[in-house]
Design a protein around this ligand. Structure first.
Ligand code: F6R
Length: 617
Protein backbone atom coordinates (compact mmCIF):
# COMPACT_ATOMS: atom_id res chain seq x y z
CA UNK A 1 0.00 0.00 0.00
CA UNK A 2 2.17 2.78 -1.41
CA UNK A 3 5.80 2.04 -2.09
CA UNK A 4 8.54 4.37 -0.92
CA UNK A 5 12.19 4.65 -1.98
CA UNK A 6 14.95 6.98 -0.83
CA UNK A 7 18.57 7.21 -1.96
CA UNK A 8 21.70 9.22 -1.20
CA UNK A 9 25.05 8.70 -2.90
CA UNK A 10 28.25 10.66 -3.33
CA UNK A 11 27.98 11.70 -6.98
CA UNK A 12 25.50 13.94 -8.74
CA UNK A 13 24.84 11.73 -11.75
CA UNK A 14 22.10 9.46 -13.14
CA UNK A 15 22.45 6.90 -10.36
CA UNK A 16 20.00 8.46 -7.90
CA UNK A 17 17.22 8.53 -10.48
CA UNK A 18 18.05 5.02 -11.70
CA UNK A 19 18.07 3.59 -8.18
CA UNK A 20 14.79 5.29 -7.31
CA UNK A 21 13.08 4.19 -10.54
CA UNK A 22 14.33 0.62 -10.16
CA UNK A 23 13.13 0.61 -6.56
CA UNK A 24 9.71 1.86 -7.66
CA UNK A 25 9.51 -0.87 -10.29
CA UNK A 26 10.14 -3.46 -7.57
CA UNK A 27 7.65 -1.83 -5.22
CA UNK A 28 4.94 -1.18 -7.79
CA UNK A 29 3.02 -4.18 -6.48
CA UNK A 30 2.27 -2.07 -3.40
CA UNK A 31 0.15 0.38 -5.37
CA UNK A 32 -0.09 1.61 -8.91
CA UNK A 33 -2.49 4.55 -8.94
CA UNK A 34 0.33 7.02 -9.60
CA UNK A 35 4.08 7.36 -9.31
CA UNK A 36 6.48 10.23 -8.73
CA UNK A 37 10.08 11.14 -7.94
CA UNK A 38 11.92 14.10 -6.44
CA UNK A 39 15.64 14.77 -6.92
CA UNK A 40 17.74 17.32 -5.08
CA UNK A 41 19.70 19.27 -7.67
CA UNK A 42 21.65 22.49 -7.09
CA UNK A 43 19.60 24.71 -4.85
CA UNK A 44 16.24 23.17 -5.66
CA UNK A 45 14.28 19.99 -5.62
CA UNK A 46 12.86 18.90 -8.97
CA UNK A 47 9.91 16.56 -9.22
CA UNK A 48 8.03 14.53 -11.81
CA UNK A 49 4.77 12.70 -11.11
CA UNK A 50 2.06 11.07 -13.12
CA UNK A 51 -1.25 9.32 -12.49
CA UNK A 52 -1.41 5.66 -13.50
CA UNK A 53 1.28 3.02 -13.59
CA UNK A 54 5.00 3.62 -13.42
CA UNK A 55 5.18 3.39 -17.21
CA UNK A 56 3.42 6.78 -17.37
CA UNK A 57 6.08 8.33 -15.16
CA UNK A 58 8.78 6.75 -17.35
CA UNK A 59 7.19 8.38 -20.41
CA UNK A 60 7.08 11.69 -18.59
CA UNK A 61 10.76 11.42 -17.67
CA UNK A 62 11.55 10.47 -21.27
CA UNK A 63 9.85 13.65 -22.48
CA UNK A 64 11.15 15.85 -19.66
CA UNK A 65 14.44 14.36 -18.37
CA UNK A 66 15.63 15.37 -14.90
CA UNK A 67 19.28 16.34 -14.43
CA UNK A 68 21.76 14.25 -12.44
CA UNK A 69 21.56 14.22 -8.64
CA UNK A 70 23.03 12.44 -5.64
CA UNK A 71 19.78 12.40 -3.64
CA UNK A 72 16.30 11.27 -4.51
CA UNK A 73 13.00 9.91 -3.27
CA UNK A 74 10.24 8.09 -5.13
CA UNK A 75 6.68 6.97 -4.50
CA UNK A 76 4.17 4.60 -6.02
CA UNK A 77 0.64 5.21 -4.75
CA UNK A 78 -2.45 3.29 -3.69
CA UNK A 79 -4.98 6.07 -3.39
CA UNK A 80 -6.71 6.70 -0.06
CA UNK A 81 -7.37 10.45 0.29
CA UNK A 82 -8.08 11.86 -3.13
CA UNK A 83 -8.45 10.09 -6.46
CA UNK A 84 -5.62 8.78 -8.63
CA UNK A 85 -4.75 12.07 -10.37
CA UNK A 86 -1.52 13.89 -11.24
CA UNK A 87 -2.29 16.47 -8.53
CA UNK A 88 -2.74 13.88 -5.82
CA UNK A 89 0.36 11.94 -6.88
CA UNK A 90 3.36 12.23 -4.56
CA UNK A 91 5.80 13.97 -4.00
CA UNK A 92 4.12 16.98 -2.44
CA UNK A 93 5.99 20.25 -2.04
CA UNK A 94 4.15 22.06 0.73
CA UNK A 95 3.89 25.32 -1.17
CA UNK A 96 7.64 25.94 -1.12
CA UNK A 97 9.55 27.50 -3.93
CA UNK A 98 10.95 24.18 -5.18
CA UNK A 99 13.13 23.58 -2.13
CA UNK A 100 11.31 20.72 -0.48
CA UNK A 101 9.47 17.46 -1.27
CA UNK A 102 7.67 14.82 0.77
CA UNK A 103 6.30 11.34 0.10
CA UNK A 104 4.06 9.37 2.42
CA UNK A 105 2.59 5.93 2.97
CA UNK A 106 -0.30 5.53 5.43
CA UNK A 107 -3.11 7.74 6.66
CA UNK A 108 -2.90 10.90 8.76
CA UNK A 109 -6.06 10.54 10.80
CA UNK A 110 -6.17 14.12 12.11
CA UNK A 111 -5.57 15.66 8.70
CA UNK A 112 -8.95 17.43 8.60
CA UNK A 113 -8.13 19.39 11.74
CA UNK A 114 -4.62 20.18 10.53
CA UNK A 115 -5.85 21.16 7.09
CA UNK A 116 -8.43 23.50 8.63
CA UNK A 117 -5.77 25.10 10.78
CA UNK A 118 -3.44 25.65 7.82
CA UNK A 119 -6.26 26.92 5.62
CA UNK A 120 -7.12 29.48 8.32
CA UNK A 121 -3.52 30.69 8.06
CA UNK A 122 -3.96 31.21 4.34
CA UNK A 123 -2.41 28.01 2.99
CA UNK A 124 -3.78 27.05 -0.41
CA UNK A 125 -3.85 23.33 -1.16
CA UNK A 126 -3.09 21.85 -4.56
CA UNK A 127 -4.29 18.32 -3.83
CA UNK A 128 -6.93 16.48 -1.81
CA UNK A 129 -4.36 14.37 0.03
CA UNK A 130 -3.58 14.10 3.72
CA UNK A 131 0.08 14.08 2.70
CA UNK A 132 0.04 17.64 1.45
CA UNK A 133 -0.97 18.79 4.92
CA UNK A 134 2.21 17.26 6.35
CA UNK A 135 4.23 18.73 3.51
CA UNK A 136 3.01 22.23 4.46
CA UNK A 137 3.71 21.62 8.14
CA UNK A 138 7.26 20.47 7.40
CA UNK A 139 8.04 23.15 4.86
CA UNK A 140 6.78 25.90 7.18
CA UNK A 141 8.59 24.53 10.22
CA UNK A 142 11.93 23.91 8.44
CA UNK A 143 14.75 25.51 10.44
CA UNK A 144 17.77 24.33 8.45
CA UNK A 145 17.78 20.85 10.00
CA UNK A 146 15.35 18.43 8.37
CA UNK A 147 15.71 15.77 11.07
CA UNK A 148 14.86 18.21 13.86
CA UNK A 149 11.99 19.61 11.83
CA UNK A 150 10.61 16.12 11.21
CA UNK A 151 10.81 15.42 14.93
CA UNK A 152 8.73 18.48 15.74
CA UNK A 153 6.14 17.78 13.06
CA UNK A 154 5.54 14.08 13.76
CA UNK A 155 4.46 15.07 17.27
CA UNK A 156 1.41 16.66 15.69
CA UNK A 157 0.41 13.65 13.57
CA UNK A 158 -2.05 10.91 14.40
CA UNK A 159 -2.48 7.71 12.44
CA UNK A 160 -0.09 5.55 10.49
CA UNK A 161 2.68 6.91 8.37
CA UNK A 162 6.01 6.51 6.74
CA UNK A 163 7.33 9.87 5.59
CA UNK A 164 10.42 10.62 3.49
CA UNK A 165 11.53 14.20 2.98
CA UNK A 166 14.30 16.04 1.15
CA UNK A 167 15.27 19.71 1.25
CA UNK A 168 17.69 21.46 -1.09
CA UNK A 169 19.34 23.28 1.85
CA UNK A 170 20.60 19.83 2.93
CA UNK A 171 21.41 18.23 -0.41
CA UNK A 172 23.00 14.93 0.69
CA UNK A 173 20.29 13.96 3.18
CA UNK A 174 17.03 12.02 3.15
CA UNK A 175 15.01 11.95 6.37
CA UNK A 176 12.46 9.23 7.07
CA UNK A 177 9.98 8.72 9.90
CA UNK A 178 7.75 5.77 10.68
CA UNK A 179 4.78 4.94 12.85
CA UNK A 180 2.77 1.78 12.15
CA UNK A 181 3.93 1.78 8.54
CA UNK A 182 6.94 0.02 7.04
CA UNK A 183 10.38 1.53 6.45
CA UNK A 184 13.70 -0.30 6.19
CA UNK A 185 17.20 1.04 5.67
CA UNK A 186 19.60 -0.37 3.08
CA UNK A 187 23.26 0.03 3.93
CA UNK A 188 25.63 0.39 0.98
CA UNK A 189 29.20 1.61 0.52
CA UNK A 190 29.28 5.35 0.08
CA UNK A 191 25.53 5.27 -0.53
CA UNK A 192 22.47 4.42 1.54
CA UNK A 193 18.87 3.58 0.85
CA UNK A 194 15.40 3.66 2.34
CA UNK A 195 12.50 1.51 1.21
CA UNK A 196 9.06 0.24 2.16
CA UNK A 197 10.70 -3.15 1.99
CA UNK A 198 14.09 -4.51 1.03
CA UNK A 199 12.97 -5.18 -2.55
CA UNK A 200 13.42 -1.42 -3.07
CA UNK A 201 17.21 -1.71 -2.88
CA UNK A 202 17.95 -5.43 -3.19
CA UNK A 203 19.73 -4.81 -6.52
CA UNK A 204 22.32 -2.73 -4.65
CA UNK A 205 22.77 -4.14 -1.17
CA UNK A 206 21.62 -7.06 0.96
CA UNK A 207 22.65 -5.35 4.23
CA UNK A 208 19.61 -3.89 5.89
CA UNK A 209 18.54 -2.25 9.14
CA UNK A 210 15.15 -2.50 10.85
CA UNK A 211 13.55 0.48 12.51
CA UNK A 212 11.27 0.36 15.53
CA UNK A 213 7.99 2.20 15.82
CA UNK A 214 8.14 5.97 16.23
CA UNK A 215 11.65 6.46 14.93
CA UNK A 216 13.30 8.91 12.58
CA UNK A 217 16.22 7.93 10.36
CA UNK A 218 18.55 10.27 8.56
CA UNK A 219 20.61 8.85 5.71
CA UNK A 220 23.66 10.44 4.12
CA UNK A 221 26.27 8.83 1.83
CA UNK A 222 28.30 8.01 4.95
CA UNK A 223 25.68 6.30 7.08
CA UNK A 224 22.30 6.15 8.77
CA UNK A 225 21.45 7.74 12.12
CA UNK A 226 18.35 6.78 14.07
CA UNK A 227 16.54 8.69 16.81
CA UNK A 228 13.24 8.12 18.58
CA UNK A 229 10.40 10.60 18.14
CA UNK A 230 11.35 12.07 21.53
CA UNK A 231 14.86 12.82 20.21
CA UNK A 232 16.72 10.15 22.17
CA UNK A 233 19.34 8.22 20.16
CA UNK A 234 18.47 4.71 18.98
CA UNK A 235 20.18 1.77 17.31
CA UNK A 236 18.59 0.10 14.31
CA UNK A 237 18.84 -3.69 14.18
CA UNK A 238 21.05 -4.80 11.27
CA UNK A 239 20.43 -7.95 9.29
CA UNK A 240 21.47 -9.68 6.09
CA UNK A 241 18.73 -10.30 3.52
CA UNK A 242 18.71 -14.00 2.65
CA UNK A 243 17.50 -13.61 -0.93
CA UNK A 244 18.92 -11.66 -3.84
CA UNK A 245 17.70 -9.52 -6.72
CA UNK A 246 17.11 -12.57 -8.95
CA UNK A 247 14.44 -13.78 -6.51
CA UNK A 248 12.52 -10.56 -7.12
CA UNK A 249 12.60 -10.95 -10.91
CA UNK A 250 10.44 -12.97 -13.27
CA UNK A 251 13.16 -15.50 -14.08
CA UNK A 252 11.90 -16.35 -17.56
CA UNK A 253 8.18 -16.50 -16.71
CA UNK A 254 5.73 -14.09 -18.31
CA UNK A 255 4.34 -12.99 -14.97
CA UNK A 256 5.35 -13.04 -11.31
CA UNK A 257 2.20 -14.99 -10.56
CA UNK A 258 3.16 -17.80 -12.90
CA UNK A 259 6.62 -17.88 -11.39
CA UNK A 260 5.25 -17.86 -7.85
CA UNK A 261 2.77 -20.65 -8.53
CA UNK A 262 5.67 -22.71 -9.86
CA UNK A 263 7.78 -21.89 -6.81
CA UNK A 264 5.24 -23.48 -4.47
CA UNK A 265 7.03 -26.80 -4.01
CA UNK A 266 10.07 -24.86 -2.84
CA UNK A 267 8.01 -22.51 -0.65
CA UNK A 268 6.58 -25.50 1.23
CA UNK A 269 9.92 -27.34 1.37
CA UNK A 270 11.81 -24.28 2.61
CA UNK A 271 9.19 -23.58 5.26
CA UNK A 272 9.75 -27.06 6.67
CA UNK A 273 13.53 -26.81 6.44
CA UNK A 274 15.58 -26.89 9.64
CA UNK A 275 12.58 -27.41 11.89
CA UNK A 276 13.08 -31.09 12.72
CA UNK A 277 15.80 -32.89 14.64
CA UNK A 278 17.61 -36.11 13.71
CA UNK A 279 14.75 -38.20 15.15
CA UNK A 280 12.23 -36.39 12.96
CA UNK A 281 10.73 -34.44 15.88
CA UNK A 282 9.89 -30.79 15.49
CA UNK A 283 12.17 -28.28 17.20
CA UNK A 284 10.86 -24.75 17.32
CA UNK A 285 13.45 -23.12 19.59
CA UNK A 286 13.13 -20.09 17.33
CA UNK A 287 9.83 -19.30 19.09
CA UNK A 288 11.63 -18.72 22.38
CA UNK A 289 8.48 -19.60 24.29
CA UNK A 290 8.80 -22.12 27.08
CA UNK A 291 7.26 -25.55 26.57
CA UNK A 292 5.25 -25.04 29.77
CA UNK A 293 3.67 -21.87 28.41
CA UNK A 294 2.65 -23.61 25.21
CA UNK A 295 1.39 -26.65 27.09
CA UNK A 296 -0.84 -24.33 29.06
CA UNK A 297 -2.62 -22.91 25.99
CA UNK A 298 -6.35 -23.54 26.28
CA UNK A 299 -7.58 -21.86 23.11
CA UNK A 300 -6.14 -20.68 19.82
CA UNK A 301 -7.41 -17.77 17.74
CA UNK A 302 -6.07 -17.12 14.24
CA UNK A 303 -6.28 -13.51 13.07
CA UNK A 304 -5.67 -12.68 9.43
CA UNK A 305 -7.27 -11.22 6.32
CA UNK A 306 -8.15 -12.50 2.86
CA UNK A 307 -6.09 -15.42 1.63
CA UNK A 308 -4.14 -15.51 4.89
CA UNK A 309 -7.43 -15.95 6.77
CA UNK A 310 -8.26 -18.92 4.54
CA UNK A 311 -4.91 -20.41 5.55
CA UNK A 312 -6.08 -19.93 9.14
CA UNK A 313 -9.36 -21.71 8.35
CA UNK A 314 -7.46 -24.69 6.94
CA UNK A 315 -5.27 -24.65 10.06
CA UNK A 316 -8.33 -24.68 12.31
CA UNK A 317 -9.49 -28.04 10.99
CA UNK A 318 -6.04 -29.57 11.27
CA UNK A 319 -4.99 -28.14 14.63
CA UNK A 320 -8.27 -28.94 16.36
CA UNK A 321 -8.06 -32.46 15.00
CA UNK A 322 -4.46 -32.97 16.10
CA UNK A 323 -4.35 -31.10 19.41
CA UNK A 324 -7.98 -31.11 20.58
CA UNK A 325 -7.48 -27.44 21.48
CA UNK A 326 -10.44 -25.26 20.40
CA UNK A 327 -9.40 -23.05 17.48
CA UNK A 328 -11.20 -20.03 16.08
CA UNK A 329 -10.46 -17.93 13.04
CA UNK A 330 -11.22 -14.21 13.16
CA UNK A 331 -10.98 -11.78 10.30
CA UNK A 332 -8.48 -9.37 11.78
CA UNK A 333 -10.57 -6.29 10.97
CA UNK A 334 -13.53 -7.73 12.88
CA UNK A 335 -11.54 -9.11 15.79
CA UNK A 336 -11.16 -5.95 17.83
CA UNK A 337 -14.74 -4.91 17.38
CA UNK A 338 -16.43 -8.11 18.54
CA UNK A 339 -15.19 -7.80 22.10
CA UNK A 340 -13.11 -10.98 21.88
CA UNK A 341 -12.86 -13.27 24.87
CA UNK A 342 -9.13 -13.55 25.42
CA UNK A 343 -7.00 -14.37 28.44
CA UNK A 344 -3.41 -15.30 29.12
CA UNK A 345 -4.05 -18.92 28.18
CA UNK A 346 -5.22 -17.86 24.71
CA UNK A 347 -2.71 -18.19 21.90
CA UNK A 348 -3.40 -15.66 19.16
CA UNK A 349 -1.68 -16.60 15.91
CA UNK A 350 -1.55 -13.94 13.22
CA UNK A 351 -0.89 -14.91 9.62
CA UNK A 352 0.46 -12.31 7.23
CA UNK A 353 2.63 -12.50 4.14
CA UNK A 354 3.68 -8.87 4.31
CA UNK A 355 3.80 -8.52 8.07
CA UNK A 356 2.39 -5.03 7.52
CA UNK A 357 -1.37 -5.54 7.11
CA UNK A 358 -2.78 -2.87 9.37
CA UNK A 359 -5.94 -4.80 10.28
CA UNK A 360 -3.85 -7.75 11.40
CA UNK A 361 -1.34 -5.59 13.23
CA UNK A 362 -4.10 -3.90 15.19
CA UNK A 363 -5.66 -7.26 16.05
CA UNK A 364 -2.30 -8.48 17.38
CA UNK A 365 -1.83 -5.35 19.47
CA UNK A 366 -5.32 -5.73 20.88
CA UNK A 367 -4.73 -9.39 21.71
CA UNK A 368 -1.54 -8.50 23.55
CA UNK A 369 -3.29 -5.81 25.51
CA UNK A 370 -5.77 -8.46 26.61
CA UNK A 371 -2.91 -10.65 27.81
CA UNK A 372 -2.81 -13.26 25.03
CA UNK A 373 0.33 -15.01 23.92
CA UNK A 374 0.92 -13.91 20.31
CA UNK A 375 2.74 -15.74 17.53
CA UNK A 376 3.16 -14.29 14.07
CA UNK A 377 3.34 -16.49 10.98
CA UNK A 378 4.97 -14.14 8.53
CA UNK A 379 6.93 -14.11 5.27
CA UNK A 380 8.74 -10.78 5.60
CA UNK A 381 11.76 -10.30 7.83
CA UNK A 382 11.98 -6.96 9.53
CA UNK A 383 8.25 -6.27 9.15
CA UNK A 384 6.04 -4.85 11.87
CA UNK A 385 3.72 -7.70 12.90
CA UNK A 386 6.52 -10.08 13.99
CA UNK A 387 8.08 -7.26 15.98
CA UNK A 388 4.81 -6.57 17.74
CA UNK A 389 4.30 -10.27 18.59
CA UNK A 390 5.77 -12.43 21.34
CA UNK A 391 7.24 -14.82 18.79
CA UNK A 392 7.50 -15.41 15.06
CA UNK A 393 7.47 -18.46 12.84
CA UNK A 394 8.71 -17.31 9.46
CA UNK A 395 7.41 -18.81 6.27
CA UNK A 396 10.18 -19.15 3.70
CA UNK A 397 8.29 -18.50 0.50
CA UNK A 398 10.76 -15.83 -0.70
CA UNK A 399 9.53 -12.51 -2.00
CA UNK A 400 5.95 -12.61 -3.30
CA UNK A 401 5.58 -9.85 -5.87
CA UNK A 402 2.30 -10.68 -7.64
CA UNK A 403 -0.41 -8.82 -5.78
CA UNK A 404 -2.63 -11.87 -5.37
CA UNK A 405 -1.13 -14.38 -3.00
CA UNK A 406 -0.26 -17.94 -4.08
CA UNK A 407 3.00 -19.37 -2.76
CA UNK A 408 2.70 -17.46 0.50
CA UNK A 409 -0.68 -19.18 1.04
CA UNK A 410 0.87 -22.62 0.81
CA UNK A 411 3.73 -21.58 3.03
CA UNK A 412 1.26 -20.17 5.58
CA UNK A 413 -0.67 -23.43 5.69
CA UNK A 414 2.61 -25.31 6.06
CA UNK A 415 3.80 -23.13 8.93
CA UNK A 416 0.41 -23.45 10.65
CA UNK A 417 0.68 -27.23 10.37
CA UNK A 418 4.19 -27.08 11.82
CA UNK A 419 2.87 -25.09 14.75
CA UNK A 420 -0.08 -27.44 15.22
CA UNK A 421 2.09 -30.53 15.07
CA UNK A 422 4.56 -28.97 17.50
CA UNK A 423 1.75 -28.33 19.98
CA UNK A 424 0.57 -31.90 19.46
CA UNK A 425 4.07 -33.17 20.15
CA UNK A 426 4.41 -31.02 23.28
CA UNK A 427 1.05 -31.83 24.74
CA UNK A 428 1.20 -35.57 24.09
CA UNK A 429 -2.49 -35.71 23.24
CA UNK A 430 -4.56 -38.11 21.19
CA UNK A 431 -2.66 -37.65 17.98
CA UNK A 432 0.85 -37.14 19.39
CA UNK A 433 2.04 -40.45 17.97
CA UNK A 434 0.67 -39.57 14.58
CA UNK A 435 2.37 -36.18 14.52
CA UNK A 436 5.66 -37.57 13.23
CA UNK A 437 3.84 -39.53 10.57
CA UNK A 438 2.03 -36.41 9.38
CA UNK A 439 5.29 -34.52 9.41
CA UNK A 440 6.96 -37.17 7.28
CA UNK A 441 4.05 -36.95 4.87
CA UNK A 442 4.34 -33.17 4.84
CA UNK A 443 7.93 -33.52 3.69
CA UNK A 444 6.62 -35.43 0.66
CA UNK A 445 4.18 -32.66 -0.32
CA UNK A 446 6.58 -30.55 -2.47
CA UNK A 447 7.03 -33.48 -4.89
CA UNK A 448 3.25 -33.91 -5.06
CA UNK A 449 2.72 -30.21 -5.80
CA UNK A 450 5.32 -30.60 -8.54
CA UNK A 451 3.23 -33.44 -9.96
CA UNK A 452 0.05 -31.31 -9.86
CA UNK A 453 1.86 -28.48 -11.64
CA UNK A 454 3.06 -30.90 -14.29
CA UNK A 455 -0.51 -31.92 -15.15
CA UNK A 456 -2.22 -28.57 -15.63
CA UNK A 457 -2.70 -28.57 -19.43
CA UNK A 458 -6.37 -29.53 -19.25
CA UNK A 459 -7.03 -26.89 -16.56
CA UNK A 460 -5.53 -24.28 -18.86
CA UNK A 461 -7.71 -25.47 -21.74
CA UNK A 462 -10.82 -25.32 -19.58
CA UNK A 463 -9.92 -21.80 -18.50
CA UNK A 464 -9.38 -20.67 -22.06
CA UNK A 465 -12.83 -21.94 -23.06
CA UNK A 466 -14.35 -20.00 -20.18
CA UNK A 467 -13.07 -16.46 -20.85
CA UNK A 468 -16.63 -15.20 -21.38
CA UNK A 469 -18.01 -16.85 -18.26
CA UNK A 470 -19.77 -14.41 -15.95
CA UNK A 471 -20.00 -16.45 -12.76
CA UNK A 472 -18.27 -19.46 -11.22
CA UNK A 473 -19.12 -21.20 -7.96
CA UNK A 474 -16.74 -23.21 -5.79
CA UNK A 475 -17.77 -25.86 -3.28
CA UNK A 476 -15.87 -27.75 -0.64
CA UNK A 477 -16.35 -29.31 2.78
CA UNK A 478 -14.05 -29.56 5.77
CA UNK A 479 -10.57 -28.37 4.66
CA UNK A 480 -11.98 -28.15 1.15
CA UNK A 481 -14.28 -25.31 2.24
CA UNK A 482 -11.55 -22.66 2.71
CA UNK A 483 -10.01 -23.91 -0.53
CA UNK A 484 -13.31 -23.24 -2.31
CA UNK A 485 -13.26 -19.71 -0.82
CA UNK A 486 -9.68 -19.21 -1.95
CA UNK A 487 -10.48 -20.48 -5.46
CA UNK A 488 -13.31 -17.94 -5.65
CA UNK A 489 -11.13 -15.11 -4.33
CA UNK A 490 -8.39 -15.83 -6.88
CA UNK A 491 -10.91 -15.71 -9.70
CA UNK A 492 -12.47 -12.45 -8.49
CA UNK A 493 -9.10 -10.79 -8.07
CA UNK A 494 -7.39 -11.99 -11.21
CA UNK A 495 -10.16 -12.35 -13.77
CA UNK A 496 -12.80 -9.94 -12.37
CA UNK A 497 -15.39 -12.69 -12.60
CA UNK A 498 -18.15 -13.04 -10.06
CA UNK A 499 -17.25 -16.06 -7.97
CA UNK A 500 -18.40 -17.46 -4.67
CA UNK A 501 -17.09 -20.20 -2.45
CA UNK A 502 -19.53 -22.22 -0.33
CA UNK A 503 -19.43 -25.04 2.14
CA UNK A 504 -20.96 -27.72 -0.09
CA UNK A 505 -23.46 -28.73 2.60
CA UNK A 506 -24.78 -25.17 2.77
CA UNK A 507 -25.82 -25.16 -0.86
CA UNK A 508 -29.20 -26.77 -0.27
CA UNK A 509 -29.98 -24.13 2.39
CA UNK A 510 -30.23 -21.40 -0.23
CA UNK A 511 -27.42 -20.90 -2.74
CA UNK A 512 -28.58 -23.85 -4.86
CA UNK A 513 -31.11 -21.38 -6.28
CA UNK A 514 -28.18 -19.92 -8.22
CA UNK A 515 -27.73 -23.11 -10.21
CA UNK A 516 -29.10 -22.92 -13.72
CA UNK A 517 -28.17 -24.88 -16.81
CA UNK A 518 -24.51 -24.39 -17.72
CA UNK A 519 -23.47 -22.74 -14.40
CA UNK A 520 -19.84 -23.78 -13.88
CA UNK A 521 -19.14 -25.15 -10.40
CA UNK A 522 -15.80 -26.35 -9.08
CA UNK A 523 -16.11 -28.99 -6.37
CA UNK A 524 -13.19 -29.89 -4.14
CA UNK A 525 -13.78 -33.54 -3.24
CA UNK A 526 -12.10 -35.01 -0.15
CA UNK A 527 -10.22 -38.28 -0.25
CA UNK A 528 -12.46 -41.38 -0.14
CA UNK A 529 -10.53 -42.22 3.08
CA UNK A 530 -11.83 -39.14 4.92
CA UNK A 531 -13.70 -40.23 8.06
CA UNK A 532 -17.45 -39.91 8.67
CA UNK A 533 -18.44 -40.65 5.07
CA UNK A 534 -17.62 -37.08 4.03
CA UNK A 535 -16.53 -38.13 0.56
CA UNK A 536 -19.93 -39.70 -0.17
CA UNK A 537 -21.71 -36.56 1.04
CA UNK A 538 -19.75 -34.37 -1.34
CA UNK A 539 -20.41 -36.77 -4.23
CA UNK A 540 -24.13 -36.43 -3.40
CA UNK A 541 -23.74 -32.64 -3.48
CA UNK A 542 -22.26 -32.94 -6.97
CA UNK A 543 -25.25 -35.01 -8.09
CA UNK A 544 -27.66 -32.44 -6.65
CA UNK A 545 -26.22 -29.61 -8.73
CA UNK A 546 -25.65 -31.76 -11.83
CA UNK A 547 -29.33 -32.68 -11.74
CA UNK A 548 -30.08 -28.96 -12.03
CA UNK A 549 -27.84 -28.45 -15.04
CA UNK A 550 -24.59 -27.28 -13.41
CA UNK A 551 -21.35 -27.86 -15.30
CA UNK A 552 -19.31 -29.74 -12.71
CA UNK A 553 -15.54 -29.31 -12.57
CA UNK A 554 -14.34 -31.76 -9.98
CA UNK A 555 -11.02 -31.83 -8.15
CA UNK A 556 -10.52 -35.29 -6.73
CA UNK A 557 -7.86 -37.65 -5.51
CA UNK A 558 -6.12 -39.88 -8.06
CA UNK A 559 -7.95 -43.17 -8.39
CA UNK A 560 -11.29 -41.79 -7.19
CA UNK A 561 -13.48 -43.11 -10.02
CA UNK A 562 -16.69 -42.60 -8.10
CA UNK A 563 -16.86 -38.94 -9.18
CA UNK A 564 -16.59 -39.72 -12.90
CA UNK A 565 -20.31 -40.26 -13.66
CA UNK A 566 -21.25 -36.86 -12.23
CA UNK A 567 -18.34 -34.77 -13.47
CA UNK A 568 -18.04 -32.83 -16.68
CA UNK A 569 -14.33 -32.59 -15.96
CA UNK A 570 -12.17 -34.26 -13.34
CA UNK A 571 -8.84 -32.84 -12.31
CA UNK A 572 -6.92 -35.39 -10.31
CA UNK A 573 -4.35 -34.59 -7.62
CA UNK A 574 -2.07 -37.12 -5.89
CA UNK A 575 -3.37 -38.95 -2.89
CA UNK A 576 -2.55 -37.53 0.53
CA UNK A 577 -4.14 -37.46 3.95
CA UNK A 578 -7.23 -35.27 4.28
CA UNK A 579 -5.62 -32.54 6.37
CA UNK A 580 -2.75 -32.01 3.93
CA UNK A 581 -4.89 -32.09 0.79
CA UNK A 582 -5.40 -28.27 0.64
CA UNK A 583 -1.73 -27.93 -0.32
CA UNK A 584 -2.58 -29.82 -3.52
CA UNK A 585 -6.22 -29.03 -4.29
CA UNK A 586 -5.74 -25.26 -4.36
CA UNK A 587 -3.11 -25.43 -7.10
CA UNK A 588 -5.48 -26.17 -10.04
CA UNK A 589 -7.71 -23.32 -8.85
CA UNK A 590 -4.77 -20.90 -8.88
CA UNK A 591 -3.73 -22.03 -12.36
CA UNK A 592 -7.34 -21.74 -13.56
CA UNK A 593 -7.63 -18.13 -12.34
CA UNK A 594 -4.23 -17.22 -13.78
CA UNK A 595 -5.06 -18.68 -17.19
CA UNK A 596 -8.50 -17.09 -17.34
CA UNK A 597 -7.05 -13.71 -16.43
CA UNK A 598 -4.34 -14.07 -19.07
CA UNK A 599 -6.95 -15.21 -21.61
CA UNK A 600 -8.92 -12.03 -20.92
CA UNK A 601 -5.78 -9.97 -21.48
CA UNK A 602 -5.73 -8.66 -17.90
CA UNK A 603 -2.77 -7.63 -15.79
CA UNK A 604 -2.29 -10.75 -13.70
CA UNK A 605 0.34 -9.31 -11.40
CA UNK A 606 -1.37 -6.03 -10.70
CA UNK A 607 -5.15 -6.46 -10.71
CA UNK A 608 -7.23 -3.31 -10.65
CA UNK A 609 -7.96 -1.52 -7.35
CA UNK A 610 -5.68 -3.76 -5.29
CA UNK A 611 -2.37 -3.34 -3.54
CA UNK A 612 -0.14 -5.98 -2.10
CA UNK A 613 0.28 -4.78 1.38
CA UNK A 614 -2.77 -3.16 2.94
CA UNK A 615 -1.40 -0.70 5.45
CA UNK A 616 -4.63 1.15 6.18
CA UNK A 617 -7.61 0.03 8.23
C1 F6R B 1 -5.38 -12.27 -1.90
C2 F6R B 1 -4.43 -11.57 -1.06
C3 F6R B 1 -4.97 -10.87 0.14
C4 F6R B 1 -3.99 -11.01 1.31
C5 F6R B 1 -4.47 -10.15 2.49
C6 F6R B 1 -3.54 -10.29 3.68
O1 F6R B 1 -4.76 -12.87 -3.00
O2 F6R B 1 -3.26 -11.53 -1.33
O3 F6R B 1 -6.24 -11.31 0.48
O4 F6R B 1 -3.90 -12.36 1.68
O5 F6R B 1 -4.54 -8.82 2.10
O6 F6R B 1 -2.26 -9.88 3.35
P1 F6R B 1 -1.03 -10.28 4.26
O7 F6R B 1 -0.86 -11.75 4.16
O8 F6R B 1 0.14 -9.52 3.71
O9 F6R B 1 -1.39 -9.86 5.66
Amino acid sequence: MCGIVGYVGANADERALNVVMEGLARLEYRGYDSAGVALVGGDRVVTAKKAGKLANLRDELGARPLSGSSTGIGHTRWATHGGPTDENAHPHRGGTDDKFALIHNGIIENFHALRGELAAEGVVFESETDTEVVAHLLARAFDGDLTRTMQRVVERLEGAFTLLAVHSDQPGVVVGARRNSPLVVGLGEGENFLGSDVAAFIGYTREAMELEQDQIVTITPEGATVINFDGSPAEGKRYHVDWDAAAAEKGGYDTFMEKEINEQPQAVGDTLLGRTDAEGRLTLDELRISEERLQDVSRIVFVACGTAAYAGMVAKYAIEHWTRIPVEVALAHEFRYCDPIIDERTLVVSISQSGETMDTLMAVKHARELGALTISICNTHGSTIPRESDAVLYTHAGPEIAVASTKAFLAQITASYVLGLYLTQLRGQTYADDAQEVLAELHGIPAKIEAVLGGMDRVREIARFMVDTRSVLFLGRNVGYPIAMEGALKLKELAYIHAEGFAAGELKHGPIALIEPGQPVFIVVPSPDTPHGLHGKVVSNIQEIRARGARTLVIAEEGDDSVQPFADEVIYVPSTSTMLAPLLTVVPLQVFALELSTGKGLDVDQPRNLAKSVTVE
